[in-house]
Structure formats: structure tokens, C-alpha cells
Design a protein around this ligand. Structure first.
Ligand code: ZN
Length: 204
């Protein structure tokens, strides 16, 4: 079943979500929610979906980066983004326990800010502890694009959206992203806007 995706301004996106107990995770209700969130994410399509985005204030998100989503990128773009397929998995009550704060800047979007994109700095790598859909303890070191997805989804569970972290002057519709910045490295986009705007455009 496909669920409706809440759009920015909806208050469930702006509230910290609640933790789940192991019993909550294993309940039929949560298992069904996970299935519906997986279907909704694949249908969108997206590489991650957090429960608040479907109106449920719980610390749960689904993640999957499929190879078929990579076709529109060149091998150079994929390698620059350190983007590789990530199998479907579920994160519950995730915590970032350490981060490599080397910042990487790329355009990023969100299913709850439909039609827009902006450059968002993110840590290159994060180590995350979480429970999976079987209520088992997991720990993963996510690097590159996977680290970006993790940070984006974990932000959702705290009521934070990418617009809170973006370079404001880079916010663009997807049409204009295609029109002006297709194949332009994010660092060049920032350099161009900075040279035009100085500090007036919220670059720094
Ligand atoms: Zn999002």
C-alpha cells in the first residue's frame, strides 16, 4: 500500500519522533507500517523514507539505494558522490555515535520538499547504532552517499529538514537544477554563486 507523503509545513515533520520498544518493533502494526513505507519509498521513488513523512511520529526509517537509480549519473558523478547500491533495510531508534566531519557538498532532495533541491553539506562518514526490523542491535559505518542518506533520515526523526542545513542561495526547482547546473560540480555552483553574491546570498 502506498501512503501519502507529508509535505513541508506539516507539523509532524517538525517534531521529534518517539522511540520504539523491542515489542513495538515486532508488533504486526509496525511490521505492516514497514511494508507500506517500503512500497511508498519505491513508488516515489526515493532512497529513504522516515515514519514522520507518512504521518507517524516514530523513530523508524527505511533506506534503499537501487542500482537502477544510478543510470542518470555518469561513473565520475557516482564515484565523486561515493554512491553505491544499498540494500533495503530498516533503522529504528538510530544514533550517530561518531562522524568523520570532513564536509561533502552535493545537491540533495527530499520527498517532503517535492520538486526542489539544494546543496547540503554533510559529514563524509557516520557510524550509526540502531535496531533493525527484528529488534536486533546493529552498528554500521556509512560512507559517502549512504552516510548522507543516514544523516538525512536521522534528521527527520528529530524534526529537522535539509532546508535547515542547506546553502540557502542554492535552493532550486528540479527543472532549474537541470537547466542551469546539470553536470556542474557542486563546488563550482557554490563558487559561481559566491562570486556573484558575496556574503549576501546566505552562502556562508
Ligand atoms: Zn527527506
Amino acid at each position: 500500500m502506498r501512503l501519502q507523503i507529508a509535505q513541508i509545513g506539516e507539523q509532524v515533520l517538525r517534531a521529534p519522533a518517539n522511540e520504539l520498544s523491542r515489542q513495538d518493533i515486532l508488533s504486526p502494526k509496525t511490521q505492516e507500517l514497514i511494508e507500506h513505507m517500503r512500497d511508498t519509498m519505491r513508488n516515489a521513488p526515493g532512497v529513504g523514507l522516515a515514519a514522520p513523512q507518512v504521518g507517524v511520529p516514530l523513530q523508524l526509517a527505511v533506506i534503499e539505494d537501487r542500482e537502477e537509480y544510478h543510470k542518470k549519473f555518469t561513473p565520475a558523478q557516482l564515484s565523486e558522490r561515493q554512491r553505491q547500491p544499498i540494500p533495503f533495510h530498516v533503522i529504528v531508534n538510530p544514533r550517530i555515535v561518531s562522524a568523520d566531519n570532513t564536509g561533502l557538498e552535493f545537491f540533495e532532495g527530499c520527498l517532503s520538499v517535492a520538486g526542489y533541491s539544494a546543496i547540503v553539506p554533510r559529514a563524509r562518514a557516520v557510524t550509526v547504532e540502531y535496531l533493525n526490523e527484528h529488534a536486533e542491535n546493529k552498528r554500521v559505518e556509512a560512507v559517502g552517499w549512504y552516510a548522507r542518506i543516514m544523516q538525512h533520515e536521522i534528521d527527520h526523526l528529530a524534526g529537522v529538514l535539509y532546508v535547515d542545513r542547506m546553502r540557502p542561495c542554492t535552493l532550486t526547482t528540479l527543472e532549474n537544477l537541470e537547466r542551469y547546473w546539470k553536470d556542474v560540480p557542486a563546488s563550482d555552483v557554490l563558487a559561481k554563486l559566491k562570486s556573484r553574491l558575496g556574503n549576501r546570498g546566505g552562502y556562508v
